[in-house]
Design a protein around this ligand. Structure first.
Ligand code: FNR
Length: 364
């Protein structure tokens, strides 16, 4: 379908499901086990209601924010996602160029399908974030950090901490098994079956499951860039991250792709507000998982987040190359501005942490 007929983020996921490569869809849309966390991430955003104010002259609105010192048109980053080329030929180059054209930031995954140099070259003047999976072979991670140290475009490192092992992604596994049935003899097929090796599991084998809090000192030795932990799911761990000197955290459950039955991210954000409200002033708090509307961005900011990450819809938009990525950003910008106007909010930065615009009674 022509790009102009896609008017919201769900449309992109639907078109990717119906017209995208089947293998890419199993990889992108997949989540763990019964996909309960995936569903909860999305549905709980919808249970948070606004308390709109009226008659406030909303002719001008400002959505600009700063994320880790980088000025953005709105507080959105493109989540790190592996092997974007499965969805479209430009892969991460479309995400990089699209983010730059829209004034938002792309966080490049360790498992990107293009080299980091090629992703950065898609927008040579624009800042990026880098997502790090620590490798079982630590010297490889050290080499990556050394390389990144010299890359001025990379402004922060998001260390992913919620995926000690790659979880069971059934859509992905079923796809691999179907392929195996058609390609291999039955004896070889059994070997693949036992491993349950979908695309995610095969690409994630290298992740170091021995990673612990002590390793932050080791990471610190190898980079001077701000370190954030991506995948914080409790107030206790958010406090630890602050104590250990992290520049920020991303409240995330990996889009429901790590532990199934992990809490919806909005519940974690509410827990942080209740149990450690001080952290919002002491470090930058981000959230991702199920963000699909401009109004969700507004809700996250009113709860204290400095910004949100959006995952799957952007990966799906790579089907339409850079233009698709820009289109998603434009839709979010438009929806965000509209919800701000209808809520009586003119400056996004000024309402950060102002819960008076929200009614959380249905989810608390
Ligand atoms: C991911 N995610 C992810 N996270 C990460 O830290 N490193 C990675 O390489 C990947 N890869 C990846 C691939 C794909 C296809 C998806 C969908 C997700 C998780 C991602 O960064 C983010 O946390 C979630 O996608 C956010 O949820 P939504 O917006 O997809 O609901």
């Amino acid at each position: 379908p022509p790009l102009s007929t896609l008017i919201n983020l769900d449309d992109f996921e639907k078109v990717h499901a119906s017209h995208g490569p089947r293998k890419a869809n199993a990889y992108v849309e997949g989540a763990s086990n019964d996909c309960l966390t995936l569903a909860a991430n999305k549905s709980l955003w919808q249970k948070l209601w606004f308390r709109p104010r009226i008659m406030r002259n909303v002719s001008k609105v400002n959505t600009k924010m700063t994320m880790l010192g980088v000025k953005t048109t709105m507080p959105v980053f493109i989540c790190p996602m592996g092997i974007a080329k499965t969805s479209g030929p430009q892969g991460e180059a479309a995400l990089g160029a699209g983010a730059a054209a829209s004034g938002i930031i792309h966080c490049v995954s360790t498992t990107a399908s293009l080299s980091l140099e090629d992703v950065l070259a898609s927008a040579p003047q624009h800042p990026f974030f880098f997502q790090l999976y620590v490798d079982k072979q630590r010297h490889k991670t050290e080499a990556t950090l050394k390389k990144i140290e010299k890359m001025e475009q990379i402004r922060a490192i998001f260390v992913t901490v919620d995926l000690a092992v790659v979880s069971k992604r059934e859509a992905d596994e079923r796809m691999r098994k179907q392929e195996a049935t058609s390609v291999y003899s039955s004896r070889q097929k059994n070997v693949i079956d036992k491993k349950g090796a979908g695309l995610a599991r095969t690409t994630g084998n290298f992740i170091d499951w021995s990673l612990s809090w002590e390793d932050l000192a080791w990471l610190r030795k190898h980079t001077t860039k701000p370190i954030l932990l991506k995948g914080i799911q409790s107030a206790a761990d958010a406090k630890m991250a602050l104590q250990m000197g992290c520049a920020g955290i991303v409240v995330s459950n990996h889009g429901g792709r790590a532990l199934d039955n992990a809490p919806a991210t909005i519940l974690i954000l509410l827990e942080l507000r209740r149990d450690c409200p001080e952290i919002f002033d002491k470090m930058e708090v981000y959230i991702d998982g199920g963000v699909r509307r401009g109004s969700d961005i507004l809700k996250a900011v009113c709860l204290g987040a400095r910004g949100v990450g959006v995952g799957r819809p952007f990966q799906c938009s790579v089907m339409y190359d850079q233009e698709g990525v820009e289109s998603i950003a434009w839709i979010l910008q438009d929806e965000l501005e509209t919800s701000m106007r209808l809520c009586g909010i003119t400056d996004l930065d000024k309402v950060r942490g102002d819960i008076s615009y929200l009614n959380t009674s249905e989810i608390q």
